[in-house]
Design a protein around this ligand. Structure first.
Ligand SMILES: *Cc1c(COP(=O)(O)O)cnc(C)c1O
Length: 349
């Protein structure tokens, strides 16, 4: 029996998808399901989004695309890391990011491809100079069927960052040099930047899974994830006693300490030591002491109804994933994608 359960509300994923579709109209909306749909289970999430009408997906790797393929009908799966030219998987489309990979793909037969143009991330993508070179390589271009021209925003969660508009202008200038093709710009937060950022295909991941795409304001998305951990034991300790490795927390009064079966080996980050919280029945209980590999301790002195066998919300209705991330000193993306395989996934809704 697992002492930790991740409940994924597929109805909420679908509602989030529909909201993003309304905001991004008339452009289409893909589902970005890399890293096993941010840890939530790409097969179940993909099947639900396909049933809701989603016809475009993205994974990071070709292996992820192969695993997703049976669950998303005939939908396009874009592979962000590009593709192995020797391996053609039906309905998968490589995202090509360099002149070298474009040439290799063309030599291996060419065909469907998404071209990634770098407009400020300096990570993957064709530079402006690469685009100029490609634009004059007519025989190379003839061997490609460009499904999308794509770019990725650097600071879309910061609506006032001037870089957002700069990237739009750079992208438009690059696209004008290339044969006309549909365009793909916004990630989750980009969808909230307004009509100028609407393209033929948005590529949200995080917002589908309930992470706030507008961190300066209220979260417009429905929560998707509930991570519950079971209380394995409750003990009473005297004032002055300490909890956990290196005795980093000392009880100021006689206290009740609840230990749950979830630790940093499950992705419950050690930086939450003496900072995190759990939710229980609408209340917050403080995490005390160090998070250890398989166990985490909470001060439940003021919540006497928490007993052995109770389930605490580590992420849940009163514990938004963004709040957990803030306490851990990271973002919601890292919290979700860190959740390990020992946690049982249950899909509902
Ligand atoms: C991960 C990723 C996305 C999705 O980003 P979110 O912020 O999760 O919506 C979109 N495009 C690219 C290129 C990505 O790598």
């Amino acid at each position: 029996m697992s002492a930790a359960v991740l409940r994924v509300d597929l109805g909420a994923v679908e509602a989030n998808y529909r909201l993003l579709c309304r905001l991004h109209a008339p452009g289409a909306v893909a589902g970005v399901l890399k890293a096993d749909a941010y840890g939530l289970g790409a097969a179940a999430v993909g099947a639900r989004l396909f049933a809701a009408g989603c016809r475009h997906f993205f994974t990071a790797t070709l292996d992820e695309a192969v695993a997703l393929r049976p669950h998303v009908g005939d939908a396009m799966i874009g592979v962000l890391h590009g593709a192995d030219p020797g391996v053609r998987v039906l309905g998968t489309v490589p995202v090509l990011s360099s002149l070298e990979t474009i040439r290799t793909w063309a030599e291996a037969g060419g065909g469907d491809a998404i071209l990634h143009i770098d407009t400020g991330m300096s990570r993957l993508g064709l530079s402006g100079a690469d685009v100029a070179t490609l634009a004059s390589a007519k025989s190379l271009l003839r061997r490609l069927s460009i499904r999308y021209l794509m770019t990725h925003l650097v600071s879309s969660e910061l609506p006032d960052d001037p870089l957002n508009r700069v990237q739009l202008a750079r992208f438009a200038a690059c696209c004008e040099k290339l044969p006309p093709a549909p365009r793909s710009i916004a990630n989750s937060s980009g969808i909230f930047l307004g009509p100028a950022f609407v393209s033929d295909l948005a590529r949200p991941g995080a917002a589908l899974f309930g992470i706030n795409p507008t961190p300066a304001g209220k979260n417009p998305m429905r929560p998707v994830v509930r991570l519950q951990a079971k209380v394995l034991q409750v003990r009473e300790i005297g004032g002055g006693e300490t909890v956990g490795y290196n005795a980093t927390w000392r009880a100021a009064r006689p206290s009740r300490i609840a230990t749950v079966g979830l630790g940093y080996a499950d992705g419950w980050r050690r930086t939450l030591s003496n900072r995190g919280h759990a939710g229980f029945d609408g209340r917050r209980v403080p995490l005390v002491g160090r998070v250890s590999m398989d166990l985490t301790t909470f001060d439940v002195t003021d919540a006497p109804e928490i007993r052995e066998g109770a389930w605490l919300d580590m992420i849940g209705p009163d514990r938004p994933v963004d709040d957990v991330a803030a306490e851990a000193g990271t973002n919601g993306y890292e919290i979700l994608t860190s959740l390990g395989p020992r946690i049982r996934r249950v899909h509902h809704g």
